[in-house]
Design a protein around this ligand. Structure first.
Ligand SMILES: C[S@@+](CC[C@H](N)C(=O)[O-])C[C@H]1O[C@@H](n2cnc3c(N)ncnc32)[C@H](O)[C@@H]1O
Length: 237
């Protein structure tokens, strides 16, 4: 099952991003790999919060996604912030044309064939950000086994692409308007969870936040892997 945005999911994501420094910090982790003259492409950009943070530091970012609603929201927010160097492209990553100094894939890039074909569009580097949590998890009830960092490393090595794997842990908790909102968030995030498991997670993890708009909070520490793939010389084989 592909990742699908809904109005509620967009709101949750904007609330979480807007009330944390997650995307600013993630951008800081990527910036050492980027240059001010870079033309960057972010594949599967979603709401583009990372791109809004990276934009002042590079020449241009092409933000690619299949979902019109998230691109519309990104266009509006970029305009509000006076950011003029984002180019929005609604298409599948598979349809991408052209070359970029750097290609970014954040929480997107499965299966490995998609990442390997994205490498054809990267002149210098491909930066793949992925969660290291639940390395043996089963894919959120989607029937697919979730791709792990070890899978990505194996695919890159088999195809002969040199890479470094950096790790970082960033907070990305979820502010919530009510306990019902929290339950709906967990059900949407963990579609395989039973009602009983959702209730148990609420009991164990939901904390009062002391905020008028968002009285509840689900803390989350995200352990991330950042694959920095050296695309400059092509695969070494
Ligand atoms: C898990 S979200 C990650 C979004 C964003 N990179 C972030 O870190 O918030 C995956 C994104 O990929 C988009 N997507 C799914 N299939 C795609 C495809 N074939 N080509 C481009 N984007 C795609 C979805 O619409 C969604 O916005």
């Amino acid at each position: 099952m592909a990742f699908l945005w809904s109005e509620r999911r967009i709101r949750w994501y904007l609330d979480a991003s807007g009330r944390s420094d997650f995307h600013r910090r993630l951008a800081q982790c990527l910036l050492p790999e980027l240059k001010p003259t870079d033309r960057v492409c972010d594949l599967g950009c979603g709401l583009g919060r990372l791109d809004l943070e990276l934009a002042p530091h590079v020449a241009e970012i092409t933000c690619v996604d299949t979902d019109a609603a998230v691109l519309d929201r990104l266009a509006a927010d970029a305009a509000d912030r006076g950011i003029g160097n984002l180019k929005l492209l609604r298409c599948g990553a598979e349809q991408l044309r052209g070359e970029y100094d750097a290609v970014v894939m954040a929480f997107f890039g499965t299966p490995p064939a998609l990442m390997l074909s994205a490498l054809r569009h990267a002149r210098r580097t491909l930066l793949r950000v992925m969660s290291l949590a639940g390395e043996s998890a089963s894919g959120g009830g989607t029937g697919r086994r979730r791709e792990t960092a070890a899978d990505v490393a194996r695919a890159l090595e088999a195809a002969g692409w040199p890479y470094a794997l950096r790790r970082c842990t960033l907070s990305f908790g979820q502010p919530l308007a009510s306990v019902e909102d929290a339950a709906a968030f967990l059900r949407a995030s963990l579609p395989e969870a039973t009602g009983q498991q959702v209730r148990q997670l609420l009991r164990e993890q939901l904390v009062p936040a002391g905020d008028r708009d968002f009285p509840w909070y689900l803390p989350k520490e995200k352990a991330l892997g950042i694959f920095v793939v050296d695309a400059a010389g092509g695969p070494r084989r």
